[in-house]
Every structure is written in structure tokens, then in C-alpha cells.
Design a protein around this ligand. Structure first.
Ligand SMILES: [Zn+2]
Length: 401
């Protein structure tokens, strides 16, 4: 599914109608949840049936398109089934018992209840909510009108800090012809750099990371200084929300561009599987911005990998920074040591460069086993004409165990 997003331009009255639609979604979701809590053995199908009952009982609910109502019931089921899954898999800690929602900010239509105009610049919501005709604001190169109505599987309106947006979920096979480059690469997240690759190239963190970090810090302070529940605090929070949104977009944009460049210039990419969730818990702001950026980057690399049909391989993070990439010896070093100096073979490398080499080596060792992205031709690529003899030597000497 490819997502196309536009900002919605409409009147205050139309925005109010969107809000009303979101309240109906929340109402149906919460009602379904209540039914599940009150009665035993409620299934997904029961919720779908209940949806129709609700529409009869509460006339305002019928304003919302019927498929959108069904989608609201599905949301309740999604929360319930996630809870069941967590229980079944004995997930440690909280199981995520479904909660009632109070601040729903989205509504999802499927294939009815809306109409896109042939110019791709306007759309109309045709159900009883009265949202009406809205203008779509977005990148002119992004042409949603090129897709048929059958290809657009869902239309979701989202309320963000700076307005209303619409996302079109398009079912399209976007396969890009990959021009083989004969290059395979491992990448390592540095503490300072965005990433370092196994060729020794470094991509620096974008300048806006630093700027954003300072601005967010200031705005955070601003919010906490204002009196609770005051209108000034509300204003400050709004400012903070907008700044966060901006950072998120810049991060996304940078990640997408970097990922596209990386994928189109290599035939295989290996990266270290990090526990992003644990890392973001770190309250150091600069670091959490960086980590979130890394997570976004990797998901774009995977997405582009699929389009280009090249293998993107995750490797376990153990010892990637400690091992010598040339001879396999263990060279223990703390985080502050930036250079890898091997006491056994004498090789001197930048710490992250050494790690990136190890990551690539680990990936090449197991390319015939599990992989995240697969393509028909990768067997040939991955078995490694470009892998240096060093790698195969390592395999037999050190890493076999
Ligand atoms: Zn060595």
C-alpha cells in the first residue's frame, strides 16, 4: 500500500463537520468496546452486526458512511485482538487492555462515501456528515488522479496540529527497475553521524537536527513554565505540537531521500537490528531525535528495498563494534573510544567503519538463510562475487561458532 497525502483546504463549517464525523467514529468504537466488555464471547462479526443496530438506534450515526462505520467497529476489534494476542503470547508487563477513546483525531472511509475529481485537486465527501467539497493541497508531482477508484482502498482524514489532512491508501505494485551496481554495503548508526558505511563513507546528521533540538527544548520549557490549565499554556502546547510536527516531517523527508540514494546505488544492504523501542526511552533529547530518525530511515530503506527488489538484511548487534573486521579478534573498547586499533593484526579503522564492515560480513554469511526482503536474483548477488576473500577466511576461522 502506497500512501498519498494532501492537506485539506475547506471552510470552518466543513472542519466542524469533519470533527463531527470523528466523534461518530469514536462513539461507535467505544460502544463496540462496551459491548465486548459487557457480554461474553463477542466476535468480530458480532461487532459488525452491532454496527447496524447502533445505526438504527442512534440516527446521528447514520450520517457517517456505512463502510466508515464498519471501519470504526474494526478499530474496536483491532484493540481487542491486540490485547488477546498479548495475552496469548504471554507478553511480559501490561497486556494493553482496550481503553475507551476520548481524543479520536481520524476517520477512515473505504471505497464509498467520497469522490475524487478528475483534475485530482478537489474531492467531495458524499455521506450525511456534510463535509462536502474540499480542495487538496499537495505536491503537484504526486498525482492521485492517475489511480482508478478501485486502486484507492481507503481514504483517511487526519487532524494534526496544523490542520486537516487526507491520506489515500493506494494498492499499487511500485516496482522500480534496479540497475545492478555490483556493490554491497553494511551501515552502522554512529553516535554522532547519521550513518557510516562499510566503505568508510559517513553521512552527517542534518543541520536541522541540532536546530530542532534547541527549539524543542525551549518550547518544552515554555509549556512547563505556564500555569496549568491557563490559556497561555494551551497556546504554548500548540506551539510545541507544531514544532514536533515540523521535526517529524523534516526527519521523514531526510530519511526518504537518504534511503532512496542508498538503495539505488547498492545491490545489498546490511544493517544492525537495534532495539529502537528501548533506545527512545532514553530521555536525552538529542539522542532520542537521532534514534527516531534512524528508525524512520530503516523503514524507508526496507520500503525502497522492496521496490528495487534488493535484499535488505538485519543482523544481530552482538560484537559488531568490538570485533576486528580484518582478523576477527575481539578488541574491547568503551563508547568513547572512536578508533578501532587491533592488537592482533594491527589494523586501524574508524570505530563505526569497522562496525559497518562487520555488519556486512555477518549479513553475507547468512544470506542463504533468513532475510527480510527477498528477490529472485539475489541468490546470485548475495553469494558474493564482491565479497572479499577476507570475509570467507573469517567465516572459517572465527565466526563459525
Ligand atoms: Zn585484527
Amino acid at each position: 500500500m502506497v500512501i498519498f497525502e494532501y492537506k485539506l483546504d475547506g471552510s470552518k463549517k466543513q472542519y466542524a463537520a469533519i470533527e463531527e464525523a470523528m466523534r461518530v467514529v469514536q462513539f461507535i468504537r467505544n460502544k463496540c468496546l462496551r459491548l465486548w466488555m459487557d457480554e461474553q464471547g463477542i466476535s468480530k462479526n458480532d461487532l459488525q452486526v452491532y454496527c447496524a443496530v447502533l445505526a438504527k438506534e442512534y440516527p446521528f450515526a447514520t450520517h457517517l458512511n456505512s463502510q466508515a462505520r464498519q471501519a470504526s467497529a474494526d478499530r474496536a476489534w483491532f484493540a481487542i485482538s491486540r490485547f488477546y494476542d498479548n495475552c496469548k503470547s504471554h507478553k511480559p508487563g501490561k497486556k494493553g487492555y482496550p481503553k475507551f477513546q476520548h481524543d479520536n483525531r481520524s476517520v477512515e472511509y473505504k471505497q464509498t462515501g467520497w469522490k475524487l475529481e478528475p483534475d485530482g485537486k478537489h474531492m467531495t465527501f458524499t455521506d450525511g456528515c456534510g463535509i462536502g467539497r474540499l480542495r487538496l493541497v499537495g505536491n503537484p508531482k504526486q498525482r492521485i488522479a492517475d489511480f482508478s477508484t478501485e486502486q484507492i482502498k481507503r481514504v483517511r482524514i487526519v487532524h494534526r496540529a496544523d490542520g486537516y489532512y487526507v491520506q489515500f491508501g493506494v494498492k499499487a505494485e511500485r516496482v522500480i527497475e534496479h540497475v545492478p551496481t555490483g556493490k554491497q554495503v553494511g551501515i552502522d548508526v554512529g553516535l554522532k553521524a547519521y550513518y557510516t558505511d562499510s566503505e568508510g563513507n559517513t553521512v552527517e546528521n542534518p543541520r536541522h537536527y541540532r536546530k530542532a533540538e534547541q527549539k524543542l527544548k525551549r518550547l518544552h520549557r515554555n509549556v512547563s513554565r505556564k500555569q496549568k490549565k491557563s490559556s497561555n499554556r494551551k497556546k504554548a502546547r500548540k506551539q510545541l505540537a507544531r514544532a514536533c510536527l515540523k521535526v517529524q516531517r523534516q526527519r521523514e523527508d531526510f530519511a526518504r531521500k537518504m534511503a532512496s540514494t542508498l538503495v539505488s546505488s547498492h545491490d545489498l544492504i546490511a544493517y544492525e537490528q537495534l532495539q529502537i523501542r528501548n533506545m527512545v526511552k532514553n530521555h536525552h533529547l538529542a539522542k532520542s531525535i537521532h534514534d527516531a530518525g534512524w528508525g524512520t530511515f530503516i523503514s524507508w530503506v526496507k520500503a525502497y528495498g522492496l521496490m528495487h527488489t534488493i535484499p535488505i538484511i538485519a543482523v544481530a548487534p552482538q560484537f559488531t563494534s568490538q570485533e576486528c573486521s580484518a582478523c576477527g579478534a575481539m578488541v574491547k573498547k568503551s563508547l568513547s573510544v572512536r578508533t578501532h586499533i587491533c592488537t592482533s593484526c594491527g589494523v586501524i579503522l574508524d570505530r563505526d567503519h569497522n562496525a559497518a564492515l562487520n555488519i556486512l560480513a555477518k549479513a553475507l554469511e547468512r544470506t542463504l538463510g533468513h532475510r527480510e526482503t527477498s528477490s529472485s536474483s539475489e541468490e546470485g548477488n548475495a553469494s558474493g562475487q564482491t565479497a572479499s576473500p577476507r570475509l570467507s577466511k573469517q567465516k572459517t576461522s572465527k565466526r563459525a561458532g
